[in-house]
Every structure is written in structure tokens, then in C-alpha cells.
Ligand binder design. Structure first.
Ligand code: ZN
Length: 272
């Protein structure tokens, strides 16, 4: 059994500010390291649950910002992790294919414009606003194109509610309640990890009863957001119309300044 774990950081218990990539103070360094550790522990709880459920292959996608957030030297050595420059590989959800039995979402945040959610951003408009997707439900839709069910989500109360409404039967762990965009009532990390472990176990057990989340063809897709993630949002690219949401997503991303998909040779990029 192959399990794919898609990760982000904003939905982790204890996280409540947008990541500051400009400050080089010691305080910011220490804060970011702390958030990476919280993320690492939540991801490891999901990995352990997958193996305890009978998985023989677990792939993690380190998908926040730089794509280099998880302390992978601390992960269960049986898993593998995709890390490094985000959007430089062929896909967003690299190595997610039809042989995957289930996808698990850890650390997810609400879609842009959601009132009283922790650091909401990114808002995918589908078919002129008939449907809106978050990064989490977008990942589920791309997995759905491949027939892969999304069986678990963790994050704040808002993103878990959005995804649970779209995917009947999905298991969830609400690891924090949003009190403002920058204030949460979080579970203590050890308890959050317990909830994630238990939820992933339940979700994987139910994988054959949870339908893949599919968006019917054709799809017209646009990314809405703003530079500081505050309203008003604007269309970040011209709309893309494709047979599948996966194709439309790639076409939209290819128009983004940060996207270097299918990079084959170095272009001088350095990290951080
Ligand atoms: Zn993120």
C-alpha cells in the first residue's frame, strides 16, 4: 500500500503568523526553526500511522514555500520525502500516481478570504465562481484526477470544515481553533500528533469507502490572491480552460513568476 502525504505549515498546531522570509534576526530564525519542528513532528505522526496501517511505501511532499521545511533526518527512515525548490519538478504533487492508495493532508490552511482562519491565502476560482478551492481541496482534486482518494486532513477549524464538506467521509484532526487570522487556540503539539495519528489510521482504514474528489470536465480555472494575501484579491493569471483540473492547474502555475516547472539544468538558483 502506497500513501502520499501532502504537507504545508500554516495548519500546524502552534502556527499563527505568516512566515517572515525577510527578517534575519535571531528571533525570526528561532521562531522558524520552532515551526519547522512542530511540522516535522506532525508529519512523523502521519507517517507512523501509515506504516502501522500496513503501508509499505510512504512519500511525503514538503510543499510549503521553499519546499525545504521538514527536518527529514528526524523522520521515520522507512519513508521518503520530496524536498527542494518548489515548482521546479514536473508537477506540484510529484510522484503522486495511479498506484497511490490514498492521500493524506497535514498542516493545511484555509482558502484566501476566509474570515477568522489562520493565515488564509490562495483561492482557486473554478468555472467562473461556481466552485472555489483551497490549496488543500486543489490537492484533493488533482489526486482525484488520478483516482486517488484523500482520506485525512489536519489544520484549523476552517480548512477542515471546507474539505470535509467537499469530501464526504474524510477523517480530520482539528489541531487549532482560529480566533483571528493571527490568533489560535491550539492543541498542545503532543496531543495534536496523537489526533493526527488516530485520524490517519481511521482514514486509511476507510480508503475504499471515500470517493476520489473529482472535478467534472471541462474546467476553467483562475488563481485569486494578492501580494500580502489581504483583500481585495485579483486574478493572478488569465483563466485556463482544460479537460482536467490537473492540466488547468499546471497551465496556471506556469504563468507564475516563481514557477520553474520541468527545470532540467541549473539556472543559478541558490537557497536560502
Ligand atoms: Zn504554506
Amino acid at each position: 500500500m502506497k500513501i502520499y502525504i501532502q504537507t504545508d505549515i500554516e495548519g500546524v498546531a502552534g502556527f499563527c503568523f505568516f512566515e517572515n522570509r525577510r527578517s534575519d534576526t535571531h528571533e525570526n530564525f528561532a521562531h522558524r526553526q520552532r515551526m519547522y519542528r512542530l511540522l516535522t513532528n506532525e508529519v512523523n505522526a502521519a507517517v507512523k500511522a501509515a506504516f502501522d496501517s500496513g503501508a509499505d511505501e510512504v512519500i511525503i511532499n514538503d510543499s510549503h514555500g521553499s519546499g525545504y521545511n521538514i527536518f527529514f533526518e528526524e523522520l521515520d527512515p522507512r519513508c521518503r520525502i520530496i524536498h527542494g525548490r518548489n515548482f521546479s519538478g514536473p508537477e506540484w504533487l510529484n510522484l503522486l500516481d495511479e498506484s497511490t492508495d490514498a492521500m493524506v493532508l497535514v498542516g493545511m490552511h484555509a482558502m484566501g478570504g476566509t474570515p477568522c482562519a489562520i493565515t488564509p491565502h490562495s483561492l482557486w476560482k473554478v468555472n467562473d465562481g461556481k466552485l472555489y478551492l483551497s490549496e488543500a481541496s486543489m490537492a484533493a482534486a488533482i489526486a482525484g484526477d488520478k483516482g486517488v482518494p484523500t482520506v485525512f486532513i489536519s489544520g484549523d477549524d476552517k480548512i477542515t470544515a471546507e474539505v470535509a464538506e467537499k469530501i464526504p467521509g474524510i477523517e480530520k484532526a482539528v489541531v487549532k481553533e482560529a480566533l483571528s487570522p493571527y490568533m489560535a487556540c491550539s492543541l498542545i503539539p503532543s496531543r495534536a500528533c496523537e489526533r493526527i495519528y488516530e485520524g490517519v489510521r481511521r482514514g486509511i482504514a476507510l480508503r475504499k469507502t471515500i470517493a476520489p474528489y473529482r472535478i467534472p470536465s471541462p474546467v476553467k480555472l483562475t488563481l485569486l490572491d494578492s501580494a500580502n494575501h489581504c483583500l481585495p484579491f485579483t486574478e493572478q493569471c488569465p483563466p485556463c480552460v482544460c479537460d482536467t483540473i490537473s492540466e488547468a492547474f499546471n497551465q496556471c502555475e506556469d504563468q507564475m513568476e516563481w514557477c520553474k516547472r520541468n527545470t532540467k539544468l541549473p539556472d543559478g538558483f541558490v537557497f536560502p
